[in-house]
Ligand binder design. Structure first.
Ligand code: AMP
Length: 282
């Protein structure tokens, strides 16, 4: 497994691959867990070479967010990458990607506005910018994203289509603990009790709301009751919404969800100081 800390040496390796190679790319911020490992596994199944990037991207963090405290665990990340058969790891420095005087950003102007877009202004601008930059550097054929960050996946898909990016994008199903809690690098901030007793109720409540929608429940009423149960369980709810896929239009006004309609039930909430997001897509 090769580890590259600069663009020039990565590009030399990329150029040395035979033209028959197919490169699968998994962008991450590190602190790898079994969710990231699953993306690497799917990439390995579908490509001759898998490239992993590890970069805590400053432009997607707001001023009061956890950029400086974000977990950094390069040594164990490299062990996981090695075990998953990764061919190359790209670990750039901040000044390499955002040198002094940097001034160009990518803004998706529709799907990035609701949900997390309301509470994290500028977040998806940072995400779209770093993903497009990495696409240009890595020169992959195929890229893999987790559906745990469903809005992020839809925004990237839209950005890629709008900007004629010729990379096939795949969304990979969320990997969960046995309790149902979605794996996240931020789970390490939770106390044992929060992690085992409270946090798993997020997914349980999402599942029961989904069942209620599918049994003809009135959308606004189901959402209201689910928000109430989340608050009761000890979460501070930021949002819980039912939206169409992949356009993310608000479905609340529909009254009842049509049977054949693709939808995502997405939420963000705080457990103490830790912000958790999760969703179900069907
Ligand atoms: P991150 O490093 O947390 O920004 O995530 C890097 C990639 O891993 C993103 O595409 C995430 O959606 C994906 N990911 C994170 N957690 C999970 C999970 N529990 N299951 C599947 N994919 C995940």
């Amino acid at each position: 497994m090769k580890v590259f800390h600069d663009i020039v040496s990565y590009s030399a390796w990329r150029t040395s691959l035979p033209s028959s190679a197919s490169v699968g790319f998994v962008p991450t911020m590190g602190a790898l867990h079994a969710g990231h490992a699953r993306l690497l596994e799917v990439s390995r199944e579908q490509n001759t070479h898998t490239v992993l990037s590890i970069f805590v991207n400053p432009t997607q963090f707001g001023p009061n967010e956890d950029l400086s405290k974000y977990p950094r665990t390069l040594e164990s990340d490299l062990k996981i990458a090695e075990a998953e058969g990764v061919a190359a790891v790209f670990v750039p420095t901040e000044s390499m990607l955002y040198p002094d005087g940097y001034s160009t950003f990518v803004t998706e102007e529709k799907l990035s506005l609701p949900l997390c877009g309301v509470f994290r202004p500028g977040h998806f601008r940072g995400v779209a910018t770093i993903v497009l930059k990495l696409f240009n550097i890595i020169e992959a054929d195929h890229a893999y994203f987790g559906l745990k960050d469903a809005q992020q996946f839809f925004v990237i898909q839209k950005m890629a289509r709008d900007l004629n990016v010729r990379i096939k994008l795949t969304g990979v199903e969320t990997v969960r603990e046995a309790s149902g809690l979605a794996l996240s690098s931020r789970n390490t901030y939770l106390s044992k009790e929060e992690r085992t007793l409270t946090a798993p109720q997020f997914y349980q409540i999402l599942i029961s709301a989904k069942n209620e929608f599918q049994n003809g429940g009135v959308i606004a009423a189901v959402l209201e009751s689910a928000r109430g149960r989340l608050a009761q369980a000890g979460f501070q709810v930021q949002y819980l919404e039912l939206r169409s896929t992949p356009e993310l239009t608000d479905l609340t006004a529909m009254n009842i969800l049509p049977k054949e309609m693709g939808a995502v039930l997405a939420g963000a909430l705080f457990l103490g100081k830790v912000r958790l997001i999760d969703n179900i897509i069907w």
